[in-house]
Design a protein around this ligand. Structure first.
Ligand code: 5RP
Length: 226
């Protein structure tokens, strides 16, 4: 089974968790897109809170009613992908540059389910570079402060994310620095250090947020809990 088939499997399994009347957080990325498609096919009476402009566009095309985060009191269930799923369902997210809106929606949710192909499940976080979202103003200086923190954790300096057309800009107008590490031994300490830097909006470490994971594997869905 290809990774994409595994992603589809997990997205479809998560769509079965949704019930009529729910407010549903709609994640971002290729796995979350499978979820959104499977959810739309169920034609339930729900409202979706998208975590990115890309997801909002997809959901709208498929006929899912949308609400902004501030239009709802809370979100019943959020389903989203991840770049890595580590011990205790600690996550790296933000490969699609949507980490800030994702984290805001996750934190407003009663239940968060992460969906992914089997290869995303790792014994230790860090092989996937950790995305860090920073404001544009003074970002070179912020990047230097991030490099200092990286050195304290024995990690190489983070790099500004670029795409073919130039620097990557998030839906919120911010920039992304990626911290390639290989191993994140102390995710909570690193998360706290990054969050304390002026200019950092947020980072892609999602700790103590996921309630369960639905992994698509060749043998079917594997359910993980923290
Ligand atoms: C976007 C994310 C995505 O959920 C993450 O990058 C996984 O993407 P995919 O499902 O395409 O592998 O965090 O910011």
């Amino acid at each position: 089974m290809s990774a994409d088939d595994q992603k589809r499997l997990s997205g479809e399994a998560a769509a079965e968790l949704v019930e009529n009347g729910m407010v549903v957080g709609l994640g971002t990325g290729s796995t979350a897109a499978w979820f959104v498609k499977a959810l739309a096919a169920r034609k339930l009476d729900i409202r979706g809170v998208p975590t990115s402009d890309a997801t909002a566009n997809l959901a709208r095309e498929l006929g899912i009613a949308l609400a902004a985060l501030d239009d709802v009191k809370s979100v019943d269930l959020t389903v989203d992908g991840a770049d890595e799923i580590g011990p205790g369902l600690s996550l790296i997210k933000g490969g699609g540059a949507a980490l800030l809106r994702e984290k805001l929606v996750w934190e407003a949710s009663k239940r968060c389910v992460v969906i992914a192909d089997a290869a995303k499940h790792v014994p230790l976080l860090g092989k996937f570079p950790l995305p860090i979202e920073v404001v544009r103003f003074g970002h070179v200086h912020t990047g230097q402060r991030l490099a200092d923190i990286a050195a304290e954790f024995d990690l190489p300096p983070p790099r500004l994310r670029m795409a073919d057309r130039g620097v990557v800009v998030t839906d919120g107008g911010n920039l992304i620095y990626d911290m390639a590490s290989g191993r994140i031994e102390e995710p909570a300490a690193l998360a706290a250090a990054l969050k304390a830097v002026t200019g950092v909006v947020d980072h892609g470490l999602f700790l103590d947020l996921a309630d369960e994971a639905l992994l698509g594997t060749d043998g079917g869905i594997v359910r993980l809990t923290p």
